[in-house]
Design a protein around this ligand. Structure first.
Ligand code: ASC
Length: 150
């Protein structure tokens, strides 16, 4: 009798831990979806700001902080799509997870372009900035076309 109660108690505890773990996993996933949406929004805003400065022909020095931020944020993208985070309120396509190597390759290529943009911005090299912004925009679009719904 006592043994049975202990066993039932153990099952109840294990079940509670299981639910708590599941709840925290769902929570973590909700957070990662939000995190990547916010990161993408910040990158879009930085790109818009840079394009605005280029169109207005300056002040070029104002591009540097945006370019630095983009280099930093874009390095985080690939890790913001952990397994299971295809579930939830997200426009991320399943292909991200079925072709994870390809997806990471595309993210890495975009990161390379962001580094070039930041390098050009730090050097105040207008032609290189323009070229890099073009390549960054292509990298953004390429991934969105392939891996984002709508
Ligand atoms: C940007 C930005 C994107 C891409 C895309 C390119 O500047 O925020 O998502 O370029 O618009 O077509």
């Amino acid at each position: 009798m006592k043994g049975r109660i202990v066993k039932l108690g153990a099952i109840a505890v294990a079940t509670a831990i299981g639910f708590a773990t599941l709840a925290s996993m769902v929570q973590a996933q909700g957070d990662v979806i939000k995190d990547r949406q916010e990161l993408m929004k910040s990158q879009g805003a930085a790109m818009k700001a840079i394009n605005g400065i280029l169109e207005a022909n300056g002040p070029l020095a104002d591009i540097a902080p945006h370019a630095a931020k983009l280099e930093e944020t874009s390095a985080k993208i690939a890790d913001l799509f952990p397994a299971g985070s295809d579930q939830g309120d997200t426009k991320a396509k399943p292909e991200i997870w079925t072709e994870m190597d390809k997806f990471r390759g595309a993210a890495s290529k975009m990161q390379d372009e962001m580094v070039k943009l930041n390098t050009a911005a730090k050097a105040g090299n207008l032609d290189a900035m323009k070229a890099a912004v073009g390549e960054v925009g292509k990298a953004c679009k390429g991934c969105h076309d392939t891996y984002r719904k709508e």
